[in-house]
Design a binder for this molecule. Structure first.
Ligand code: PBG
Length: 329
């Protein structure tokens, strides 16, 4: 006879697959995924070297991807344009052109696959010759209020083209309220705002900047507008402001290194929280798998589940279609 038994054996419920499924606290489904994709002019797929497995697609290809999203049960795609360099300028005015690449892609998707939500990035970096998200003064400082005026117009132009969710990713102060007011005034009461509320000045955005063609252009860094990775209380203040200004949901970005922020935001506000598993995170997983350091499929599903466990309503991930297939869609 054993001297003493554990009062409770937590391994008991783990002992068989049926039981593990029964006790699972968190579910991950294709409906949790937002699929970011890059659109380019021309008519050929363009693989992105620093983002292996991800390509820029011409509009026809983007529409195909949106069809794929629909078939896989992915509710929403996020669009980012690789604006031709000749159309980039100091003030990023191409962002306001109702016939720019972005708006044509939005219209094409909404025409062919209206059941799929379209999320658009509101920021000037794919349109500026200096790679910053806003207008810069002579000293290179990104101007807040003048930038915000541009972003308001950009958001309305995107909504006019059919965007379902506009997602300001620029981190200017006050832009969510200004965008909300303009959307209402322009007849877009049902267009949602997903605020990149806690967006950090991160080293994980490199491959994205390759994808939208801004890496080589970027002068300096984005530390005067994106957040310091050392700060968490400030993230709560950012979220509080964006919600007060009318954001429907908030985003934390990057993803995995900032799950503490996701959990704190969810606990403090009880609102829909999304996270962006950004390009550098995707590239790390791909590199680890390619180096034999881990199983790709398992890494993908474990990281995505972690976002859900931390409190996310959904995740923006370049692994979206692959994950949806693994989830048996
Ligand atoms: C730009 C923007 C960035 C990302 C999304 N929107 C890059 C940046 O802030 O420099 C990064 C996404 C990724 O790395 O996958 N407004």
């Amino acid at each position: 006879m054993h001297a003493s038994y554990p009062a409770l054996r937590l391994r008991r419920t783990r002992s068989a697959d049926w039981s593990r499924r029964l006790h699972r606290e968190t579910q991950l489904t294709p409906a949790d995924l937002i699929w970011p994709m890059f659109v380019s002019e021309g008519d050929a797929e363009e693989p992105i070297a620093s983002l292996p497995g991800v390509s820029r697609w011409p509009i026809a290809g983007i529409v195909e991807r949106a069809r794929e999203a629909r078939a896989l049960g992915i509710p929403c795609v996020a669009l980012f344009p690789n604006t031709p360099h000749g159309l980039r300028s100091d003030d990023g005015r191409e962002a306001l052109n109702p016939d720019n690449l972005m708006c044509r892609a939005i219209r094409a998707i909404k025409e062919a696959v209206p059941e799929v939500g379209v999320l658009t990035d509101v920021a000037l970096d794919p349109y500026t010759s200096h790679g910053h998200d806003g207008l810069v003064d002579a000293a290179g400082y990104v101007l807040n209020d003048a930038t915000s005026d541009m972003l308001v117009q950009q958001a309305v132009v995107q909504a006019d083209a059919g965007a379902d969710i506009v997602a300001p990713s620029d981190m200017m102060d006050g832009r969510v309220g200004a965008i909300r007011e303009a959307l209402e005034g322009a007849g877009h009461a049902n267009v949602q705002i997903m605020a990149y509320a806690a967006k950090y000045a991160s080293a994980f955005y490199g491959p994205f900047r390759d994808a939208v063609g801004s890496r080589g252009l970027l002068k300096g860094d984005k530390k005067t507008y994106q957040m310091d990775p050392a700060n968490a209380e400030e993230a709560l203040r950012e979220v509080a402001l964006d919600l007060a200004e009318g954001a429907d949901s908030v985003m934390v970005k990057p993803g995995l290194p900032y799950l503490d922020i996701v959990a704190r935001v969810k606990a403090a506000f009880e609102v829909p929280v999304f996270a962006y598993q950004v390009s550098g995170e995707y590239a790390m997983i791909e590199a680890a798998a390619a180096a034999g350091a881990g199983d790709r499929d398992a890494l993908v599903l474990e990281t995505l589940m972690a976002f859900k466990r931390a409190g996310c309503s959904g995740v923006l991930t370049y692994h979206a279609s692959h994950a949806a297939r693994l989830l048996g869609a």
